[in-house]
Design a protein around this ligand. Structure first.
Ligand code: BGC
Length: 651
């Protein structure tokens, strides 16, 4: 027991002043080392519980794919228990301040084995269903808490302007209106969890523009959310990840700042800064964007986090880089490996007067405010919390929500001759590399940073094939997903192929994340800003073109080979973005954009066989030719908002 665990619980009325009193009282007792420690966020592989105590570390994160033990919820809870216990020891040198652990639960708590994996945001943007988004937030919060974790680096509020960007799938839409419509709902779902409604929070207003806005409690059933990446991440020139967003301020506000307004109104507690630049100036050192616009004008009272190694490129000297970030308004610094250098460097900059102590106090007050406001000081150790190690993790109930999201996210782009819905009694050939591959369905940020292929690593759920098999006994998975040979021939299987009534060909992209999904000429990106172990600092992009026939020629070959034999082909595209598929679409009778549906492939069969109608609408323009310039210069095959119902009318 210490003074904090014995303090009054944060609840209902009077909390705002109560939190502020507690923040100021605690801050007044802290040394400079303890304050800088609170501002430091190492990665779990690089910091032990003992070091968390010794260096007064305020937060630890898991980078994508960085998972303890056997990667089950119990392993995560045990790890979090150890960090938490270290942070809560109180003695002459150390104050008990609970450590905040953060993960990328960006489409469910998908790092963890057996999690319910939701469609990536681009598919949710097609669903146009804000209520569903809030429910997804609640389920995600439960599965994050089941692992003993308090914080997710979500939602991504990027407004992707160019499908060549490797993070397009993390964006709900190219339309800031669609992103904004979801922003508040996902924040509420995540931060409230099952705990009922949040009556505001530290997002916006009321604080007189000094960022010390009113503090209302987050019901402690949710997790802390993090709106990212502030700001303009989706607008970089040519869709280059971590690139430069070249727009005037009015356009930046219209297209990229706007979705943060509802997120702040819903009380989002943290914001992560973008690794990109605005008109040549890096967001990580952009005082105007962070201090003036976000905290000042918009009244954000929570804390601002830097992104992975985001301080590194700011200056040659690490201390100077740290000072630039902190003086720009960054409160907590994600320094996965170089955290010792960061601590020493920042300390020196404070002692030299480069970083004012008031700025440090403001940063730490913001971090403590979030910790108090969400009841962290009152929570017992992670293993003893409600929902910890819960059976609900990956449960049928949670997967039902994901399956609903899958069916609502599918966009029907073509249905010639009414080939859909398929007949359950028909003989259906199912093929293509994404037909029976839950890893591919889930895409990046699933178990591994770059995602996985195959079914083994994704425990639970159904592949698209498994969903079809469950309802259509006459369906056959062709050669374990293999298709025709290089010449479009089926060899010995030629006669057998001709006996099928229809084919479902599931094709698309392999999993990728961040810059490794970019479409551009290969070449170096800024070193130090990616997760790859210290290497040449070169991220290979996904390819040079958005044209599926060039990226994965087997898809067109298979579709054509089947169509030429008179078999109507339903092509299902599993991809993180619209691709140029004119040829595949022309050869197919029906064409479905499935995005990255996640673990519940059965949601695809729900719609292909007509148990539910298609309701999805394109969240982005669908290009019909080469994409250049700002992503719109190419031919447009379908406008944003397009999508067909089974009976042919538009959604
Ligand atoms: C990404 C963030 C992510 C962070 C932690 C960075 O590379 O840009 O979106 O939250 O890593 O994994």
């Amino acid at each position: 027991m210490n003074r904090f665990t014995s303090a009054r619980p944060a609840s209902a009325t009077g909390v705002a002043s109560n939190v502020e009193e507690r923040v100021q009282a605690l801050l007044a007792r802290m040394t400079l080392d303890q304050k800088i420690g609170q501002m430091t966020q190492p990665e779990r592989l690089h910091v032990t519980p003992d070091e968390v105590k010794r260096h007064h570390i305020g937060s630890v994160l898991s980078g994508g794919g960085s998972c303890p033990g056997d990667n089950r919820p119990a392993d995560w809870v045990a790890m979090n228990d150890a960090y938490w216990a270290a942070s809560m020891e109180e003695d002459a040198d150390h104050l008990a301040i609970p450590v905040l652990y953060g993960v990328d639960a960006i489409h469910g708590n998908a790092n963890v084995r057996g999690a319910t994996v939701f469609p990536h945001n681009i598919g949710l943007g097609a669903a146009r269903d804000p209520g569903l988004i809030e429910r997804i937030g609640r389920v995600t919060a439960r599965e994050v808490r089941a692992a003993g974790v308090d914080w997710t680096f979500a939602p991504t509020l990027a407004v992707a302007q160019d499908p060549r960007w490797g993070r397009t799938y993390e964006s709900y839409s190219e339309d800031p209106g669609v992103v904004g419509e979801y922003a508040g709902r996902i924040v509420r779902g995540l931060q409230e969890g099952d705990g009922g409604r949040l009556d505001g929070g530290m997002g916006r207003g009321g604080g007189g523009g000094d960022g010390s806005g009113p503090v209302r409690p987050v019901v402690p059933e949710g997790v802390v959310a993090c709106a990212k990446h502030w700001v303009g991440d989706g607008g970089t020139r040519n869709g280059v990840d971590q690139g430069d967003t070249v727009v005037d301020e009015a356009e930046l506000r219209r297209a990229h700042v706007a979705p943060y307004v509802p997120a702040l109104e819903a009380g989002v507690l943290t914001v992560m800064v973008s690794l990109s630049s605005w008109n040549g100036e890096q967001c990580h050192a952009h005082r105007y964007l962070i201090e003036d616009v976000l905290k000042g004008e918009m009244g954000f009272g929570g804390f601002v986090l830097s992104d992975w190694n985001g301080v590194d490129p700011l200056a040659d000297d690490y201390g100077e880089a740290a000072a630039a970030a902190v003086n720009a308004g960054i409160d907590m610094v994600m320094v996965p490996e170089r955290w010792r250098e960061f601590i020493a460097g920042l300390r020196e900059q404070v002692e030299r007067g480069v970083v004012p102590v008031e700025r440090i106090d403001d940063a730490v007050a913001r971090i403590l405010r979030v910790k108090f406001a969400c009841g962290m000081f009152e929570r017992p150790r992670p293993a003893a919390r409600r929902g910890s190690n819960s059976n609900g993790f990956g449960s049928r109930e949670h997967r039902e929500v994901a399956r609903e999201a899958v069916r609502k996210s599918l966009v029907l782009l073509k249905n010639e001759g009414g080939v859909l819905p398929l007949d359950r009694g028909a003989r259906i050939l199912v093929t293509g590399p994404a037909a029976h591959d839950r890893g591919r369905q889930c895409g990046g940020f699933t178990v591994e940073w770059q995602g996985v292929t195959g079914n083994e690593a994704i425990a639970g759920g159904t592949s698209i094939w498994e969903g079809i098999r469950a309802v259509a006994p006459g369906a056959v998975l062709w050669g374990g997903g293999a298709s025709c040979d290089e010449n479009g021939a089926f060899g010995n299987a030629e006669d057998a192929v001709r006996t099928f009534d229809a084919a479902v060909v599931v094709v698309g992209e392999r999993p990728y994340a961040e810059g490794m999904g970019d479409i551009r000429e290969p070449g170096p990106v800024r070193p130090g800003t990616n997760h790859l172990p210290a290497g040449p600092g070169v991220l290979q992009p996904y390819g040079r073109t958005l044209e599926l026939a060039a990226l994965h020629p087997g898809a067109l070959r298979t579709v054509r080979a089947l169509a030429e034999r008179g078999i109507p082909v339903v092509t299902v595209l599993v991809s993180g973005r619209p691709l140029v598929v004119n040829a595949e679409m022309a050869a197919s009778s029906a064409f479905v954009a499935a995005w990255l549906p996640g673990s519940e492939g059965a949601g695809v069969a729900d719609v292909l066989f007509g148990d539910h109608d298609f309701v999805g609408r394109l969240p982005m323009v669908w290009p019909g030719g080469v994409v250049s310039g700002r992503g719109r210069a190419g031919e447009v095959l379908f406008p944003r908002g397009y999508g067909l119902r089974l009976l042919g009318s538009e959604v």
